[in-house]
Write a protein that binds this ligand. Structure first.
Ligand code: HEC
Length: 163
């Protein structure tokens, strides 16, 4: 489990790397002819959400980024319980249940759903490891687990776009 997430990230990133320098797709993109589900010049797949759901999702994305910053700030002051709490409630399995993410998951392709699940699972895992750090004082495993959370952000962003 621990090493699975970077692997998923890599797999998702490969198709986008392959298409990055395809001039034909670049032309198409510039001409503004992209259709729903069509890949952008950078290889990301367009996923159509209802307008309100897209706004809501992007707002929640901005909170994801804020949460990462709060976690790093907490780690910097060795406030491991706070880091664990932010991760679990804003990014982890608890956040998944609270935000009714199952609603938007209906509109997601399978790979995007999997990337979302990977993020929630890795954030909950970080939370557990950060709580351990409160006891052991050993910060490195928590930093490593946090990078796996960020790996899940990166993997989904490499594969999908909403506009
Ligand atoms: C399941 C897929 C997925 C995961 C996981 C994910 N994102 Fe996103 N995120 C997206 C998509 C899709 C967009 C829209 C990109 C686009 O349309 O160009 C986005 C956009 C964003 C934006 C821009 C918001 C705006 O106002 O335009 C931020 C910031 C962001 N994500 C942060 C994060 C962070 C931080 C994480 C991890 C903690 C994360 N995301 C995890 C799919 C995901």
């Amino acid at each position: 489990m621990r090493h699975l997430i970077p692997v998923i990230g890599l797999l998702l990133a490969i198709p986008s790397m392959a298409q990055q320098h395809d001039p034909a797709m670049h032309q198409q993109h510039l001409a503004g002819q992209s259709q729903p589900g069509q890949k952008a010049s950078d290889g990301r797949q367009l996923v159509k959400f209802p307008e309100q759901m897209r706004e809501h999702t992007l707002a929640s994305m901005r909170d994801h980024l804020l949460a990462l910053q709060e976690i790093q700030a907490a780690l910097a002051t060795a406030d491991f319980d706070r880091a664990a709490d932010v991760a679990e409630t804003r990014l982890g399995m608890t956040a998944l249940q609270a935000h009714g993410a199952h609603e938007s998951s209906k509109f997601m392709p399978k790979g995007m759903q999997d990337a979302g699940s990977a993020m929630h699972r890795s954030a909950s895992r970080f939370s557990t490891i950060a709580k351990d750090a409160a006891v052991t004082g050993e910060i490195k495993p928590a930093i490593g687990a946090l990078s796996e959370v960020m790996g899940a952000c990166v993997a989904c962003h490499a594969g999908y776009r909403l506009h």
